[in-house]
Ligand binder design. Structure first.
Ligand code: 5GP
Length: 241
């Protein structure tokens, strides 16, 4: 399949036109950034890890009733997806307090959040992705109240599925970020589901296996990502015989 013109270059992925009008091609690059692009590096093979994990989870979620933009992989870091009109919201679900809510609010790092907490940030790097409440989301016309309800319900469903999945792998699914978009009359899960957009802690040692390893120089980020990929591959060998 021929790549069409480059449509958009994000911090870690590039989007290209495809031969079909209602599809796009996403390239997961090896670039890694943190703190809104202030910290920047490139790690060979990182794009392929995130693409493989995203493809696995999109497929896993589809099998469990969550509609996603994923169509197929073209090679180890390139994915064909349905073309969505993205909704500029970062929908974050949190099972354990970490990161920005510990910085901004009187939560203790590691405090269990049960029921899980959903936070919705406005996706705008220049404004620093400010948090929005439901009224602001509706007033900005980003989604209708019904769509917002659906987006939150789907996020909670994804959260439950992935929490249980990672629990089986010996990892705590601390938090994650998802993005949604419109496709025809439906709202589909878009973007990616990878170690770049979630926090994963070892159940026993609380060691990080996600982008925090890079953000806070906690060790070798590629070793951490490889470990998650290895655990998922082991799970596949056991469950998808
Ligand atoms: P926090 O609000 O604590 O910075 O992030 C909460 C969760 O959402 C973390 O798992 C974090 O990786 C993810 N997240 C928040 N904002 C972004 C973002 O702009 N890009 C990515 N890839 N993940 C994000």
């Amino acid at each position: 399949m021929e790549f069409g013109e480059l449509l958009y270059e994000g911090k870690a992925k590039s989007l290209y036109k495809s031969e079909k009008d209602d599809e796009l091609i996403t390239c997961f690059r090896d670039d890694m950034t943190a703190f809104n692009g202030v910290k920047k590096d490139s790690f060979q093979g990182k794009g392929a890890y995130n693409a493989a994990v995203s493809a696995f989870f999109f497929d896993y979620l589809e099998k469990n009733g969550v509609k996603t933009h994923f169509i197929k992989m073209l090679d180890d870091h390139t994915m064909v997806v349905k073309k969505l009109q993205m909704i500029p919201l970062e929908v974050i679900a949190r099972n354990v307090a970490a990161g920005s809510i510990v910085k901004k609010l009187p939560f203790k790092e590691g405090q269990v959040l049960n029921p899980p907490v959903i936070v919705t940030d406005y996706k705008d790097d220049e404004k620093g992705d400010p948090s929005l409440n439901d009224d602001l989301i509706i007033a900005l016309g980003l989604v209708t109240p019904e769509e917002l309800k659906e987006i939150k319900a789907v996020t909670l469903k994804i959260n439950k599925l992935l929490y249980e999945f990672f629990d089986e792998l010996g990892l705590i699914f601390v938090d994650f970020k998802v993005e949604f978009g419109r496709y025809k009359d439906t709202i589909l899960l878009g973007d990616e589901i990878s170690m770049d957009s979630m926090r994963l802690w070892d159940k026993k040692t609380r060691e990080s296996f996600d982008k925090d390893v890079y953000r806070f120089n906690k060790g070798d980020v590629m070793t951490a990502y490889a470990k998650v990929v290895e655990k998922i591959d082991e799970w596949k060998r056991e469950h998808l015989k």
